[in-house]
Design a protein around this ligand. Structure first.
Ligand SMILES: *Cc1c(COP(=O)(O)O)cnc(C)c1O
Length: 225
């Protein structure tokens, strides 16, 4: 591992972020040594996609890391992340909310979650449809159904395209939906403030549309092998 190159890429990414935007360093497939090296440069928020990989890495790294789970989570894997995750970004079904709530309760903690919204023009991206979330929020405050979860905002992945206008349009729709839901009475508007959007390829568009959390892997660690 080239620590000088890592430090340079990390500094370049941080320089692009306005104050207040949280940088989640996406460390999936990276070694414990690489994560530790970035930690030593001051990074504390890390994102992982694979539950078992996160479960195995977490005990080997400093306890003050805030671990974000950013991947698609299956119900039977929730137990690997619920005991210590700082924030679960990709929550895309009521069944998964049920499971997260149950596991948070048995771990004796309140677990922060972001609801993932399907904003891309691609079949492969997960997430609630905007109208599904509207319907969910029209029934009752989410906190009543899932008392061990804290609803912190929305997460979305834009279409993987060179068409920057399309990407901005999708992020813009996500930002508007967050505002709408925050005002609906279904969530605590003081907590429902986060917009997790933007990766290496669409960071600029996400920041322009008001992202509060960017999930960056490649631009920090280099190409995944
Ligand atoms: C891998 C991944 C990222 C980071 O992607 P890069 O292009 O390496 O920055 C962000 N979000 C999710 C959900 C990912 O799976």
């Amino acid at each position: 591992m080239d620590k000088a190159a890592l430090a340079e890429r990390y500094a370049r990414v941080k320089a692009m972020l306005p104050g207040g935007v949280v940088l989640v360093a996406v460390s999936k497939t990276r070694t414990v040594e690489e994560v530790q090296a970035l930690y030593d440069l001051g990074q504390r928020d890390f994102g992982e996609n694979y539950p078992q990989e996160l479960r195995d890495k977490q005990p080997l790294l400093p306890p003050d890391i805030r671990w974000h789970f950013i991947g698609h989570l299956q119900g039977n894997k929730v137990k690997y992340v619920a005991p210590f995750a700082f924030l679960v970004h990709g929550v895309d079904s009521e069944k998964l909310l049920d499971e997260l709530d149950k596991r948070a309760a048995s771990a004796g903690r309140i677990l922060g979650v972001l609801l993932q919204v399907h904003i891309a023009q691609e079949e492969t991206k997960h997430g609630f449809l905007p109208d599904e979330l509207r319907a969910l929020c029209a029934t009752a405050p989410l906190q009543h159904r899932w008392p061990n979860l804290q609803f912190r905002g929305l997460m979305g992945m834009a279409t993987n395209t060179e068409d920057q206008a399309r990407v901005r349009h999708e992020f813009h729709a996500l930002a508007l939906l967050r505002q709408e839901l925050a005002a609906s009475g279904a969530v605590d508007p003081r907590a429902f403030t986060e917009l997790s959007m933007g990766m290496t390829g669409d960071l600029r568009e996400a920041l322009a549309e008001g992202s509060t959390m960017v999930r960056i892997g490649t631009a920090i660690f280099g190409q995944r092998g």
